[in-house]
Design a protein around this ligand. Structure first.
Ligand code: 7RM
Length: 636
C-alpha cells in the first residue's frame, strides 16, 4: 500500500508515480477507504471555471470511515482523549464504540430538530468532545457544518450565518479559556438578531453561566439527548453521500473585506486528510496524536477530527491554552497521556520558548516520536528549540505547509524520512505539483529561485468553490495564472529543490497562525465614529509572527490619542474578534496615495517594520511630504 513510505528512494518512486499516473495513484489510496458505491471516474477537472470532481459516481459517508468501520477492530480503543482547560477537572476518554453511539444519538437529535441533508448548521462551541460529536453528527446526516472559531465576535458569526443561510446553530452556554470564561450563548444571541434563517439553537451545558433561552428557538443539548434516548433513537444510519456532495464550509480571510466560505466535499477531503495524516506523521496504531489547534480552524477539522479518526487513531482534544495555569501546560498533557505526535504552531513554540526551560524540565517527554509545525513560517530559532528541548533531538520535526483551501498538508517532510532543513517545508507530498511563477505568470524553472507559489494539478483535498459565489473562487485562486491554482504565498526553492514558504504576497496578515485580511480590519476600524480613513499592514512580531499595524486618520485623537486608540482597538475586537485587535495604532494626518487614489502599502509596510530609509520610489505619490510625517510618528 502506498501509505507507507520508509525511505527517500521510496518517496521519489511514489512521487514519480503520483505525477505520471495521478489517477491510478489516488485510486489505490481511495481504495483503502469504505465506499458505499465505488466511483466511476477518478478525476474530471479544469482550472478555468474551475470544475474539479474526484471519485465521481462514488458514494460514501465519512463518518462510517471515521467510526463504523473501526468497530470490528478497535471498538474499545480510545478515539478521543479530552483534557479540560482546568487541570483540576477530570479528563475524559471516549472509545470508538462510545463515540459512535454519541454521534448517532446526536445525529438523531439534529433530525428531531428538523435538520436534513444539505442544511447548513453553524457550530460555535468550546473545545469539548461534544464539538467533535456535533461535527460528526452533521456529517452523519449529510448536513453541512460551518464551524466558527469561539473567538469570533457576534458580527462575524452573523455574517457567516447569513452567507450560508444556516437554519440551526449548535453552541454552549459558555466556555473556559485559561483563567477567563467566554459567554458563547450571549454572543450567539447578539448575532442572531440579524439572522432570520436560524430557527433552532441547541445549547450544551459547559460552564453553567446563566443564559437566556428563547422559547420556540432554543433547546438544551442534554434535554434533547434524553428525549432521543427515551424514544429509543440510538441508531442512525449514515446518509449516503455523493463523493462531490458538500461536507463543510469553513470561512477564511482573503484580500477583500469579506471572508470566503471555502467548500470541501465528502470523498476527496476524506481521502486526502486520511492519507496525509498517515503519511506525514507516520502514525502507527496505538499512538496518541495531539494537535493543539482549535477545531474552529482547518487544522482542527483535518488533523484533530477527520484525518485521525478515518485512520483509527487516538486523537487528543485539549480545551485550554499553552500558558495557563503556567507555561508547562502542554508538557503536562504530553506527559500525562504519553503523547506520541505533537502538532502545534510556531507562535505557541515561540511563546513557550520565551517562558524558559524551567517549564519544560520535570516533565517526561520521552513518549514523543514526531513533532509538527503549522500555520506560519517557523523561524530557525524556534525550530531548533523545539527540536532540541522538546524532541530532545530524537524526533523529526515536520514543518507542514498548507491552507484552508487545500484541505490538507501539501508540502512537508515525511517524518523520519525526509532530511529536515530548519524553516523549510521541504518537499511536496505525493500527488502535489508545486510551481513557482514570476509576476508575469511565467514559470520559474530550476533550483535556487523564488516566486509565487502555485499548484499545477488537482489533489483530492482542494477546495471546490467558495460558498454561494463560484466566480469569487475563480478570480481568487484560478484567474491570476492560467491553469494554475494560486496559493497567495511567496516561496523559494533552494539548490536541493527544497521549498521554503516566505509568507503571503497578498493583503493577508498571519497573526499567530490566524489569517486576517487587512481590508477586514480597515472596515472594522472605519466603523468607529471618529475615524475618517485607515490603512492596515502587518509587521514582524517576535511571538505572533506578524502583528497588526494600523495607520488611522481621525478627528478626535488630538484630545486624547491614547483613549481614542483604545476605543478603536475595542471596536475591532467587537466587530471581528480579539484576534484582529491592532497591536499598534498610529494617528496620521494623511495616507501615502498615488494620484489615482491607491494607498501605497509598500511604503506603510516599510515604516511599520522599521525600515525608514529604503522606502523605494515615492515620486508617484500625490503628496510625498505625508511620508515624512508618518515616518516621524512611527510607533516603535
Ligand atoms: C493550515 C493553515 C494558510 C496560510 C498559508 C501560509 C501560512 C501555513 C505554513 C505557512 C509557512 C508553514 N491554514 N502557512 N503553514 N507558512 N510555513 N508550514 O494554516 O488557511 O489558516 O492559513 O498560512 O501563508 O497561505 S490557513
Amino acid at each position: 500500500m502506498s501509505f507507507r513510505i520508509s525511505s527517500m528512494e521510496e518517496y521519489r518512486e511514489v512521487y514519480r508515480k503520483s505525477v505520471e499516473q495521478p489517477e491510478a495513484f489516488w485510486a489505490e489510496i481511495a481504495g483503502s477507504f469504505l465506499w458505499k458505491k465505488k466511483w466511476d471516474r477518478v478525476l474530471d477537472w479544469n482550472f478555468k471555471e474551475p470544475d474539479i470532481r474526484w471519485f465521481s459516481g462514488g458514494t460514501l459517508n465519512i463518518t462510517e470511515n471515521c467510526l463504523d468501520r473501526h468497530l470490528e477492530t478497535r471498538a474499545d480503543q480510545p478515539a478521543i482523549i479530552w483534557e479540560p482547560n482546568d487541570p483540576e477537572e477530570h479528563h475524559r476518554v471516549l472509545t470508538y464504540r462510545q463515540l459512535h453511539q454519541k454521534v448517532c444519538l446526536f445525529a438523531n437529535v439534529l433530525k428531531n430538530n428538523g435538520a436534513k441533508k444539505g442544511d447548513r448548521i453553524c457550530i460555535y462551541m468550546p473545545m469539548v468532545p461534544e464539538l467533535a460529536i456535533a461535527v460528526l453528527a452533521c456529517a452523519r446526516i449529510g448536513a453541512v457544518h460551518s464551524v466558527v472559531f469561539g473567538g469570533f465576535s457576534a458580527q462575524s458569526i452573523a455574517d457567516r450565518i447569513q452567507d450560508a443561510q444556516c437554519e440551526l446553530v449548535i453552541t454552549a452556554d459558555g466556555g473556559f479559556r485559561g483563567n477567563k470564561e467566554v459567554p458563547l450563548k450571549n454572543v450567539i444571541d447578539d448575532a442572531l438578531v440579524q439572522c432570520p434563517s436560524v430557527r433552532r439553537v441547541i445549547v450544551l451545558t459547559r460552564n453553567r453561566t446563566p443564559v437566556s433561552m428563547i422559547k420556540g428557538r432554543d433547546v438544551w443539548w442534554e434535554d434533547e439527548i434524553k428525549k432521543a434516548e427515551t424514544l429509543g433513537m440510538l441508531d442512525c444510519p449514515a446518509e449516503e453521500m455523493d463523493a462531490e456532495d458538500m461536507l463543510f464550509i469553513l470561512y477564511t480571510s482573503g484580500s477583500t473585506g469579506k471572508p470566503k466560505g471555502v467548500v470541501h466535499t465528502c470523498g476527496g477531503y476524506m481521502v486526502y486528510t486520511g492519507y496525509t495524516f498517515k503519511t506525514v506523521f507516520q502514525y502507527e496504531p496505538g499512538d496518541v496524536h495531539f494537535c493543539t489547534a482549535d477545531i474552529g480552524w482547518i487544522t482542527g477539522h483535518s488533523y484533530i477530527v477527520y484525518g485521525p479518526l478515518s485512520q483509527g487513531a487516538t486523537t487528543l482534544i485539549f480545551e485550554g491554552v499553552p500558558t495557563w495555569p503556567d507555561a508547562g501546560r502542554f508538557w503536562d498533557v504530553v506527559d500525562k497521556f504519553k503523547v506520541n505526535v505533537l502538532y502545534t504552531a510556531p507562535t505557541a513554540i515561540r511563546s513557550l520558548m520565551q517562558s524558559g526551560l524551567e517549564y519544560v524540565e520535570g516533565h517526561d517527554l520521552s513518549s514523543l516520536k514526531v513533532l509538527g509545525s503549522v500555520g506560519e513560517p517557523i523561524n530557525q530559532e524556534a525550530w531548533h528549540w523545539y527540536h532540541e528541548h522538546i524532541g530532545k533531538k530524537r524526533c523529526p520535526v515536520v514543518d507542514t505547509w498548507w491552507q484552508t483551501e487545500t484541505g490538507g498538508i501539501l508540502i512537508s517532510p515525511i517524518a523520519g524520512v525526509t532530511p529536515a532543513k530548519p524553516s523549510y517545508a521541504t518537499l511536496p507530498l505525493p500527488g502535489v505539483q508545486p510551481v513557482l511563477v514570476d509576476e508575469k505568470g511565467e514559470e520559474i524553472e530550476g533550483n535556487g529561485v523564488s516566486g509565487n507559489l502555485c499548484i499545477r494539478f488537482p489533489w483530492p483535498g482542494m477546495l471546490r468553490t467558495t460558498y454561494g459565489d463560484h466566480e469569487r473562487c475563480r478570480t481568487n485562486y484560478f484567474a491570476a495564472y492560467d491553469n494554475l491554482y494560486f496559493t497567495g504565498d511567496g516561496c523559494l526553492r533552494d539548490e536541493d529543490g527544497y521549498y521554503r514558504i516566505t509568507g503571503r504576497v497578498d493583503d493577508v496578515i498571519n497573526v499567530s497562525g490566524h489569517r486576517i485580511g487587512t481590508a477586514e480590519v480597515e472596515n472594522a476600524i472605519n466603523m468607529h465614529s471618529d475615524v475618517i480613513e485607515s490603512a492596515v499592514v502587518g509587521f514582524p512580531h517576535d511571538i505572533k509572527g506578524q502583528g497588526i499595524y494600523a495607520f488611522v486618520i481621525s478627528e478626535q485623537h488630538l484630545n486624547d490619542s491614547d483613549l481614542t486608540a483604545k476605543d478603536i482597538a475595542m471596536t475591532v475586537s467587537r466587530i471581528i474578534g480579539p484576534i484582529a485587535r491592532p497591536d499598534k495604532i498610529q494617528f496620521v494626518p494623511g495616507l501615502p496615495k498615488t494620484r489615482s487614489g491607491k494607498i501605497m502599502r509598500r511604503i506603510l509596510r516599510k515604516i511599520a517594520e522599521g525600515d525608514l530609509v529604503n522606502l523605494g520610489d515615492t515620486s508617484t505619490l500625490l503628496d510625498p511630504s505625508v511620508v515624512d510625517e508618518i515616518r516621524n510618528g512611527r510607533i516603535a
